[in-house]
Design a protein around this ligand. Sequence first.
Ligand SMILES: Cc1cc2nc3c(=O)[nH]c(=O)nc-3n(C[C@H](O)[C@H](O)[C@H](O)COP(=O)(O)OP(=O)(O)OC[C@H]3O[C@@H](n4cnc5c(N)ncnc54)[C@H](O)[C@@H]3O)c2cc1C
Length: 588
Amino acid sequence: MKNPLYTIELPDIGDFDSVEIIEVLIAPGDHIEIESPLITLESDKATMDIPSPVTGQISELLVSIGQKVSQGDVVATVSIQVDPATDLETSPHDPSVPVGSVDSLPPPDSKKLDVNKGGTTPRFDVAVLGSGPGGYTAAFRASDLGLSVALIERYPNLGGVCLNVGCIPSKALLHAARVIEETREMAPNGISFGEPEIDIRKLCDWKKGVVTQLTEGLSTLAKKRNVTIFSGTGAFRSDHEIAVTNDTQELVLQFEKAIISTGSEPIRLPGIPRDPRILDSTAALSLQSIPERLLVIGGGIIGLEMATVYRALGSAVSIVEMAPQLMPGTDPDLVRPLAKRLKSQCNDIFLNTRVSQVDPGPAELVAHFEGDRVPTSAAFDAILVAVGRTPNGNNIGAENAGLHPDAQGFISVDHQQRTNQPHIFAIGDVVGQPMLAHKATHEGKVAAEVAAGQKSAFDARIIPSVAYTDPEVAWVGLTESQAKARNIAYEKGIFPWAASGRALALARSEGFTKLLFDPQSNRILGGGIVGTTAGDLIAEIGLAIEMNCVAQDIGLTIHPHPTLSETVGLAAETFEGTITDLYAPKKR
Ligand SMILES: Cc1cc2nc3c(=O)[nH]c(=O)nc-3n(C[C@H](O)[C@H](O)[C@H](O)COP(=O)(O)OP(=O)(O)OC[C@H]3O[C@@H](n4cnc5c(N)ncnc54)[C@H](O)[C@@H]3O)c2cc1C
């Protein structure tokens, strides 16, 4: 088979145009690997190497030292090696463009390749479908345990929703929001900065940089572990084969064991038209513009996090939630301080309300509401739909492997992450709630270890939840709502942050820390925190539950002073009646 010729163009190098080449590191005939440096550029701000996007042999060199180049200029042509086992990995891709887009098409004269034709079918001990936090963790752990691993991903970057369009970019933007709010809030305390000047492009570049650092780190880790990456959409052909297809190629690989980690995608609301001003979380995170009036449909964690970001960046935000409270399912007392703050910041918060229709006009979107004491309609410049996520279990040829996802697309598994086919595992969002990255990684390790013959099982007692809003809300283990619904006896210890020196010094004393205990044994059952950095504080309560701690274990653990972490120890002391920072003698 003739090796196809690939044209290497200068990629996006940031804010630079016409940059001088100070070194050429390749010559015709040279063998290059992906990431091999090709040329060195020098601008007035930086010196940078341009890496190769492909593996192959330099066919023609089209630049020279001293030449000034810009994005899109041709650097060289490369004869790409087509290796039946790994050729999909080496298909050129621009990290910013999804596989399947025009930019990842093959050189003009190449045809769709069936690399299995005349070649061998690559075989792996484990094929992992999807490279989110579940998938990459499973792939890396399986490789560390000595298995040969294929990792199949339809998008150019590893990391899945979490790294690319979920946890990480949202937290970067929430940090920006926090900085804006904190500086604003110091004004009454004697420090004023004036209104922020927001350069959205720079903010986006910074956020992209954070994501790229992590996703590129994953590629390096995969390479170091000899995990073979296949770029393309995977679908089962049989119970031991997966076909991987991208714009240029189709390849079938065989596996002994497979781990499905295809994650989830945003739910689309029926009746809401397609319009570029109607966003899902991915579009909202891309931060194309800051709408003057933003409606957030869905008062869950993702909706409220994005509301926090856009409101800090200057949008007038309204929130609509069908349930009677924001963050339905969370203990109402934990949500209250957040709801109070949002109420003072947002235009409107409509509870018990549904959006029945959206009419897109040329200048604005008109949303129609059904609910108690709400207007029948209101106009917005953009609408974010954040009403939950649906699993990707129904579009992977599951039936060809003898698997039975449910109607929604969830794949059920046992405590070892095995599906109804014992050699096929499933992990992460695709197996069910809670759809959280740390649950996916934990399950990924279990699946990989079981695939490698170990007797692992998912036996975690708790999975913490965090809303990275402002204030943050975090909870772990048994909640009060669950205890009441299930008739579980409990007693609680609450420490109000109004009595925390650290919270007062941060000018954020609206929070509290709550611990639930078994009244018979004093063992901790659960806990919740609302307040700034609650997400970082909740881990201690998680550990206490995993270690089966009693209240005394927590109260007698010396916490550093003055910290917000003290509030965990003090909540345990409140339960015990040993607290001296409050007047709360034990009643029983
Ligand atoms: C805006 C937002 C913020 C979030 N913030 C947090 C947070 O702060 N903390 C937290 O714990 N969770 C958060 N989440 C949830 C978290 O992102 C998910 O729970 C987590 O990513 C699930 O991991 P996963 O491995 O199951 O799947 P995913 O991360 O969804 O990855 C699945 C991967 O599989 C690939 N794939 C799917 N089908 C195929 C196929 N047929 N062939 C090849 N590849 C395929 C997808 O392209 C994707 O890369 C957030 C989500 C969103 C949307």
